[in-house]
Design a protein around this ligand. Structure first.
Ligand SMILES: [Zn+2]
Length: 236
């Protein structure tokens, strides 16, 4: 147990090195293009659209890696507030509980604490995005058939980090002055997954409910997605 806890709170594991795109590669150029339009102040809805002539899989690959880096950093920054004691179950409020499953240690969906779940999640994504068979980086090597399916799963699980952080640690986000940063990352993520229909609507429910419950006021979880999903827009 002591070993496990030590591993969970190991900062080197939490603050993973960013996955970088190799300069000179096509994906590096695409990443720079995406970053430039992000910084240009353009509407985030426009920023996520596939640039003409680019491949959809390259575009998705660049964003999955970028969102992984940014969400990993957001969680890492506030991980000291998310502990075995504060969050013994990985959840999004009382109604939503997330169980971990993978192909190795947890073959059946298993209840984990939030920090354990996050640790498994970040390790799992890191393993996938560094797997050349799934995220090929060499020129001329095609993406595998299941590429978008894998990305859907990665993004669905990354969304749960937002759910947990927003619902259980929003006070910490405000105290750190990170609210605007987290909200912008969330909006960008949300527009991206909507643009390419990458996450099932049901997965989005916890934050839609939260936005509706709080009336979307005060910058608390941007409520735009409630309207986008055709839910009660009066309160948004
Ligand atoms: Zn937590």
């Amino acid at each position: 147990m002591a070993l496990c806890l030590k591993q969970v709170f190991n900062k080197d594991k939490t603050f993973r090195p960013r996955k970088k795109f190799e300069p000179g590669t096509q994906r590096f150029e695409l990443y720079k293009k995406a970053q430039a339009s992000l910084k240009s102040g353009l509407d985030l809805r426009a920023v996520v659209q596939l640039p003409p002539g680019e491949s959809i899989n390259d575009w998705i690959a660049v964003h999955v890696v970028d969102f992984f880096n940014r969400i990993n950093l957001i969680y890492g920054t506030m991980s000291e507030y998310c502990t075995e004691r504060s969050c013994p179950i990985m959840s999004g409020g009382l109604k939503y509980e997330y169980r971990w499953q993978d192909d190795s240690k947890y073959k059946k969906p298993t209840k984990l604490s939030a920090p354990q779940y996050m640790c498994m999640l970040m390790d799992w994504i890191e393993m996938l995005i560094n797997n050349e068979d799934i995220f090929p980086t060499r020129i001329g090597v095609p993406f595998p058939k299941q590429f978008q399916q894998v990305c859907t799963k990665i993004l669905t699980r990354l969304f749960r980090v937002f759910v947990h952080v927003y619902i259980h640690h929003f006070d910490s986000i405000i105290n750190m002055g990170a609210e605007a940063h987290v909200n912008t990352c969330y909006k960008h993520f949300y527009y991206f997954i909507r643009e390419f229909s990458l996450i099932d609507h049901r997965e989005l429910e916890p934050l839609v409910r939260m936005a509706l419950a709080r009336g979307g006021g005060g910058g608390v979880v941007w409520a735009g997605h409630s309207t986008a999903l055709g839910l009660d827009s009066e309160q948004c």
